[in-house]
Structures are given as structure tokens and as C-alpha cells.
Write a protein of this length. Structure first.
Length: 236
């Protein structure tokens, strides 16, 4: 949702932090892979490889260039290259953040394919269009359920007030329908897919703890956005 852009940018920028230059991180190299191009670093999550695209040159991206990136520019890049590309304005509250932050932390194409897979797009292409958005709006809880992992199913059941056993059966689905928990289910399904993706990455032994901690923070903040959307309007 467009109303969530500023809050989501605040979350992402805080999660990414300032300048860092770990040589084991592909994103810190202007060529997009360890050993390719210059070891230039990342600032506010804007990678050296992304800056190379903006500048049209791998060799022009240096540590000095990366250090000069200001927060306003980083927010503009994040909006243009991730929020807008992922159609977050058109997604439900909470779901928008889940795609935006994971896309920024991974790639927008991977984030989009996770959502497309969950909602039943036949050939997920990593590009969110009208068909994906229609399916997001109309998908039923029973279709979302298989994509939620055991641990996240327990969290979802606790949120619903159902005895948590990690299995989304008829009682859980009935509670989800009664409580109109469609968007919350999508948040947990995305979290499940994102965790699986992180664990599959070859750098998980190095960066995995940080990725999983960020995922938990992402889910928690998605809940805050959902709660803010549902809160009654203030009376003047």
C-alpha cells in the first residue's frame, strides 16, 4: 500500500545500516560476484553492483563513490528499483513489506516468484502483473495453507487463538475465514518461502543468522502494518 512506503523504507534502511564492505558478500563487488570488479561496499543496502547499473560502469564504482551515497538517494533507489517494481502500492498491508524487504535483501524477481507460486500463477516469471494481483486478492485460505511451514503455522495458529500444532486443518481454516485472516496467511506463507530460500543460499553458513533475524523482524513489522490498517480512524 502506498501509505506504507515511508514506514517500509524506514524499516529497510534501518535493517541495512550504513556503509559496510565485507569481501565475502557478492553485493559489495561492483561486478556482482566475489572477485568481479571493485570491492566497493554497500551503503543503506544499495550494493556496488546496483550502483554500477546506475553509473553504467563496473570500474567507476569505488569505495569513495559508495561512501558518498546519502540516505535520500538510497530511499529513492529503493523505491524505484524495488517498491515500484514489485507493485507494492497494489499489495495488501504487510504483504507489501514482506516482498519489498526480501526483494531488497535478495532480488525483486525472487520475491515476486515466491508470491506468484503461493497464489497459483502457472508460470511464475518474477514480474507482478494484473493476473498476480487478481490472484492475491481472491486466493482462498485453503490454497495458501500448504505453503506455510510448521513453525510459522504454529505462529499463525497462536495469532488466531487456535491451539498450535503446526498443522493447518479444518479448525484453523475455519478460524482464518471467520477472522478474515487472508493477508496474515499470506505474510506467513511468504515468511516460510523466504526462510527456505535463505537456507538454500550457499552463503547461509556465513550470513544465515543475520538473514533469519531480519526475517523475524520483517514478520513482526508486517503485523504492525496490518494492525495499523485495521485500527479505527481517530475522531477529530
Amino acid at each position: 500500500m502506498r501509505n506504507n512506503l515511508s514506514k517500509s523504507l524506514d524499516f529497510v534502511m534501518a535493517a541495512e545500516g550504513g556503509y559496510q564492505c565485507n569481501k565475502a558478500d557478492d553485493g559489495n563487488w561492483s561486478g556482482g560476484r566475489v572477485g568481479r570488479g571493485n570491492l566497493a561496499g554497500t551503503k543503506y543496502g544499495v550494493s556496488a553492483a546496483l550502483m554500477a547499473l546506475f553509473m553504467g560502469s563496473v570500474s567507476a564504482v569505488t569505495p569513495a563513490v559508495m561512501r558518498r551515497i546519502g540516505l535520500p538517494r538510497a530511499r529513492n533507489i529503493a523505491t524505484e528499483r524495488f517498491w515500484d517494481v514489485l507493485r507494492c502500492d497494489d499489495l495488501p498491508a504487510g504483504v507489501d513489506l514482506m516482498l519489498f524487504d526480501f526483494g531488497f535483501n535478495s532480488t525483486p524477481e525472487r520475491a515476486a516468484r515466491h508470491l506468484q507460486t503461493i497464489v497459483g500463477v502457472k508460470n511464475p516469471d518474477g514480474l507482478i502483473g494484473p493476473d498476480t494481483l487478481f490472484r492475491v486478492e481472491h486466493i482462498q485460505p485453503a490454497t495458501i495453507a500448504p505453503f506455510i511451514s510448521h513453525d510459522y503455522a504454529e505462529q499463525f495458529q497462536s495469532w488466531l487463538g487456535v491451539s498450535p500444532d503446526g498443522h493447518i486443518g479444518p479448525l484453523t481454516l475455519a478460524a482464518a475465514v471467520a477472522q478474515q485472516a487472508h493477508d496474515v496467511m499470506l505474510v506467513y506463507a511468504l515468511a516460510s518461502q523466504q526462510e527456505a530460500a535463505y537456507r538454500s543460499f550457499k552463503k547461509f553458513p556465513v550470513f544465515g543468522d543475520g538473514w533469519l533475524n531480519r526475517l523475524e523482524a520483517r514478520v513482526a513489522f508486517a503485523h504492525q502494518l496490518l494492525a495499523a490498517q485495521d485500527a479505527p480512524a481517530a475522531v477529530a
